[in-house]
Design a protein around this ligand. Structure first.
Ligand code: SF4
Length: 440
């Protein structure tokens, strides 16, 4: 939470010397509060004041960056509707270092194939977690090197054995992997290794009290790029811990928990595992390590993540231009809908299923659905007629028939009158398009 000017002023030297470029300390404090200056401009600010101001003005959950553009944390609210969630949960699929070369290669191939297009956006799995299960630092380093060579995705190197991390990390440090885990038993070695290679590190302890104490000890080593693992591996306890961490970080500004949190699934049956992971996506894992890697299992998790991590004030929208489905011709029907992605792609999917090449003209309704747009005056006959004329679709077809959503049948008369096109009232729901086209 940002500090007020008065809160900042209390920490300043109050010399009013003007050397910072503003005539008084109060003016300087106000400038800082509005983000128009740097504390460095005052040569007299004490180290204690600097630390207090830096700490108080830090975000409630630090952003941790690793790998190929993965960003964890930097969240500011408990509930999505309070503002928005910013950084979608990073999903990593584990590869154990006990697999053979061929098995590692096959797993990597499967992971590389995890690409999805949904409501106009493209998604892939974010990273690979190489898990040391062999007990051999050399074997772990070998598999880490193989995985690094086989994928550009973000890497997580996972072992409680500092020697295994020491063996594997130098070869891939330039990829800035996340490493873990620093525990009570090994944290000095593992945190110092992370500090030496400038990579973030997972701090793991059993229970929240132990975790807070371990974070504070780890901070004293001079490295602050942490991701937290509360240690528990049962879904209910993990959910409780993730929720406590988020609440304490956001509501209480409890500094030891001001870091993103990682979760590990405990279920082995894929559908149970995805259900478990869904809970952690909703509350409040910044990263999840999964065993499942089949497309059919990962897609629902990605869809849930996408839905939670869109800004509720900015619905996903498609470009409000004339779209085509299939090889359109002069007889192709024309569907009118809104530019709300979920609405548009539902319509597009059903039009595709009808197997009739068609035009779809989404009206710019600021990404709202048909009824919401109509209620807000954004789906009016005048507007639709204007967009229809500007789209040029009249030159592409030899008919003058328009299909509008059944929910706005009420505008059909006026739209027909203004546009000069014959308005056909289509089904209320897009799911009725196929049977509607068969009946036409
Ligand atoms: Fe105050 Fe420091 Fe600015 Fe001088 S330089 S006016 S002490 S804030």
């Amino acid at each position: 939470m940002a500090l007020t000017g008065l809160e900042i002023y209390k920490q300043l030297p109050k010399k009013n010397c003007g050397e910072c470029g503003t005539p008084t300390c109060l003016a300087f404090a106000m400038a800082l509060a509005s983000g128009k200056g740097s504390l460095d401009a005052c040569p007299y600010v004490t180290n204690e004041a600097r630390e207090a101001l830096d700490s108080a003005s830090a975000p409630p959950i630090k952003a941790i960056k690793f790998g190929n553009g993965s960003i964890l944390g930097d969240e500011t609210v408990l509930f999505r509707h309070d503002k928005t969630f910013y950084h979608p949960t990073t999903l990593l699929i584990e590869i154990a270092d006990t697999l053979s070369d061929e098995e590692v290669q096959a797993k990597l191939q499967e992971i590389e194939g995890l690409e999805f297009d949904r409501v106009g956006l493209h998604y892939t799995i974010d990273g690979v977690a190489v898990v040391e299960a062999s007990g051999s630092p050399e074997q772990f380093a070998k598999v880490v090197a193989q995985v690094a060579a086989g994928t550009e995705r973000s890497l997580l190197l996972l072992s409680d054995n500092a020697d295994a991390l020491k063996a594997a990390l130098p070869g891939v440090a330039s990829r800035k992997p996340l490493i873990g885990s620093a525990t009570e038993a090994n944290y000095e070695a593992v945190v110092n290794l992370a500090k030496e290679h400038n990579v973030p590190v997972i701090i793991k302890a059993e229970g929240l009290d132990a975790l807070a104490a371990l974070v504070e000890n780890a901070q004293k080593l001079g490295h602050k790029e942490f991701v937290l693992d509360p240690g528990t591996r049962t879904p209910s306890q993990t959910l409780a811990n993730l929720t406590h961490c988020r609440r304490l970080a956001i509501k209480k500004k409890f500094r030891p928990f001001g870091y993103p949190v990682i979760a590990f699934t405990s279920k082995t049956e894929p559908l149970a595992e995805i259900t478990e992971a869904s809970v952690y996506v909703a509350k409040y894992a910044s990263a999840i390590v999964l065993k499942a890697s089949a497309k059919a299992h990962i897609l629902p998790l990605m869809a849930l993540r996408q839905n939670l991590y869109t800004d509720p004030q900015k619905p996903i929208q498609v470009e409000p231009i004339l779209h085509t489905v299939g090889e359109v011709n002069e007889n192709s029907p024309i569907y009118i809908t809104t530019n709300f992605s979920l609405t548009y792609y539902s319509v597009e999917g059903e039009v595709e299923a009808s197997k009739i090449p068609s035009y779809i003209l989404p009206i710019d309704t600021d990404g709202t659905s048909v009824l919401t747009a109509y209620a807000a005056g954004k789906f009016e006959p005048e507007k639709i007629a204007d967009i229809l004329a500007k789209s040029g679709v009249g030159d592409k077809v030899n008919h003058r028939n328009l299909i509008i959503p059944g929910y706005v049948a009420v505008i059909s008369g006026k739209l027909q009158e203004i546009s000069g096109w014959k308005v056909i009232v289509g089904p209320r729901e897009s799911s009725g398009i196929v049977s509607f086209t068969r009946a036409m």
